[in-house]
Design a protein around this ligand. Structure first.
Ligand code: BGC
Length: 493
């Protein structure tokens, strides 16, 4: 199959130095959960707690990328990528996590070898320090991020070790992946590790009305401390860049003609994105809409903290997947609300659907909202955007029965998703929105957190029943290679 019908009006719209490839996260792909000295993370504990993961699977093996990283890099090269975004497992590098605990040389060697392998294959590494896997020991000792005084020095030291040992070769650093999802899923809904919430049928401990905001505050401050360490101690010689990656979908008013719903959609956008992005890129403080609803449950920045946070991230790391319709709620906000007192819908007042269904209930293909979101972020923050995650599942992929090692899974749903979203990226770029990268989520099917192996997000199909975890390309991997060939301008040299 060839993809020759590309829109000529968007040819060469992305700059020649645009980075594209795939993103992954350590707990979702590495396996080797207790190998070569790795300590436990909260996701190891969570996966081993009965009833927490949909298919009762664990992160013990996943795709075994720890063992097979060389062949994965070779595959990425065949897919034509220019960059690869992956995360480091803190408890692989410092098994017990704290500033006084020993470094695990074998763990560091794995990442150092991976970086070398990527560079030898002409692939630029983008490295995330934290993709949700807090060392379990820090959770046990002092409650992890609920205790910012104890947590910040530990995260600082972990980051320093990474900069010292990998920063000669890694030039693109991301402190946190989606601090908002970590805190909302882990401390508000309680459906992700560490599994805390106000809902006692689900979690033994926690307070959804306060803890998510405390944890978010710790994430912002610890990100800012680490960014300062990087800029002061490492950047002058290593010359890299440091940023944070935020999640955020687009919220479209359920009734665009009713100012009440228009305002509600904007408020939802602020609760989801500006919660982190305003302190980082705009004001050094939380948005007024959040303060108005949450009062003192939202922590306050001292003026020193505010200065530290504002401007700390050198670019805007953007993860986004879909769009929702939102309606204003006429009642007083629920004490556990974190969405801005709105109701969320799949269709708008006219009955228009938010997008075509994937294999994941919350995720529908909605490129229109994604295009609006790119412009909203650019208009509000005026900061270059690195798209660090975007992708989809597709129905029916669990039934694939490869007929041989070179069999390819046809995934037209994912091809259409990428095509429509990237067309929006190209159009926004033409309008002047500065976009520097696109990392598809994700390279291979993986362990999708509490959904276990039931959500297949990869451009590569993995046979999880086989201990060797064989990989098979999906068509979308080749589509992206060709489409980026069309979109990225040829280098002038
Ligand atoms: C996360 C990924 C996750 C993906 C799909 C993002 O929120 O960063 O780890 O697998 O969404 O749910």
């Amino acid at each position: 199959m060839s993809f020759s019908d590309f829109d000529p009006t968007i040819k060469g719209t992305l700059p020649a130095d645009f980075q594209w490839g795939y993103a992954t996260a350590a707990p979702q792909i590495e396996g080797a959960w207790n190998k070569d000295g790795k300590g436990l993370s909260i996701w190891d504990t969570f996966g081993h707690t009965p009833g927490k993961v949909k298919d009762s699977s664990t992160a013990d093996d996943t795709t075994r990328s720890y063992d097979f990283y060389k062949r994965d890099v070779a595959r990425m090269k065949a897919y034509g990528v220019t960059g690869y975004r992956f995360s480091l497992s803190w408890s692989r590098i410092i098994p017990l996590g704290s500033k006084d605990d020993p470094v695990n040389e074998q763990g560091l060697k794995f990442y150092s070898d991976l970086v070398d392998e990527l560079l030898a294959n002409g692939i630029t590494p983008f490295v995330t320090l934290f993709h949700w896997d807090t060392p379990q020991e820090l959770e046990n000792r002092y409650g992890g991020m609920l205790n910012k005084e104890k947590y910040i020095p530990d995260f600082n030291r972990y980051a320093r070790v990474c900069f010292e040992r990998l920063g000669d070769r890694v030039k693109n650093w991301i402190t946190y992946n989606e601090p908002g999802v970590y805190t909302l899923a882990g401390y508000a809904a309680g459906v992700h590790a560490p599994g805390r919430s106000s809902f006692r049928d689900r979690n033994e401990e926690g307070d959804s009305s306060t803890e998510p905001f405390i944890v978010a505050h710790t994430e912002l401050l610890s990100h800012a401390h680490v960014a300062r360490i990087y800029k002061e101690e490492f950047k002058p010689s290593q010359k890299g860049t440091i940023m944070i990656t935020l999640h955020g979908n687009w919220n479209e008013p359920w009734d665009a003609d009713d100012p009440k719903h228009v305002e509600a959609a904007q408020r939802a956008q602020e609760f989801e994105i500006a919660w982190f992005a305003d302190p980082l890129y705009k004001t050094g403080d939380y948005p007024p809409s959040m303060r108005a609803q949450l009062g003192d449950r939202l922590p306050r920045f001292t003026s020193e903290e505010s200065k530290l946070v504002l401007g700390s991230s050198e670019a805007y790391g953007m993860n986004s997947y879909t769009t929702f319709f939102v309606k204003n709620r006429d009642a007083e906000p629920d004490i556990n609300d974190h969405k801005g007192n709105v109701e969320v819908f799949d269709t708008n007042k006219q009955g228009v659907e938010r997008g075509i269904e994937s294999d994941t209930p919350w995720l529908r293909t909605s490129p229109h909202g994604w295009g609006k979101l790119l412009r909203w972020i650019w208009d509000r923050y005026q900061t270059p955007i690195f798209i660090t995650e975007n992708g989809t599942t597709a129905k029916g992929e669990h039934d694939f029965k490869p007929s041989g090692p070179d069999d390819i899974l046809e995934d037209p749903h994912r091809v259409d998703f990428f095509k429509s979203y990237l067309t929006e990226v190209a159009k926004a770029s033409q309008e002047g929105v500065v976009i520097k990268s696109y990392f598809g989520w994700t390279f291979t099917d993986n362990w999708e957190w509490a959904a276990g192996f039931t959500d297949r997000f990869g451009v590569t199909w993995v046979d999880f029943n086989d201990p060797e975890k064989p990989r098979y390309a999906k068509r979308s991997a080749y589509f992206l290679k060709e489409f980026f060939g069309h979109l990225i301008a040829e280098s002038k040299k």
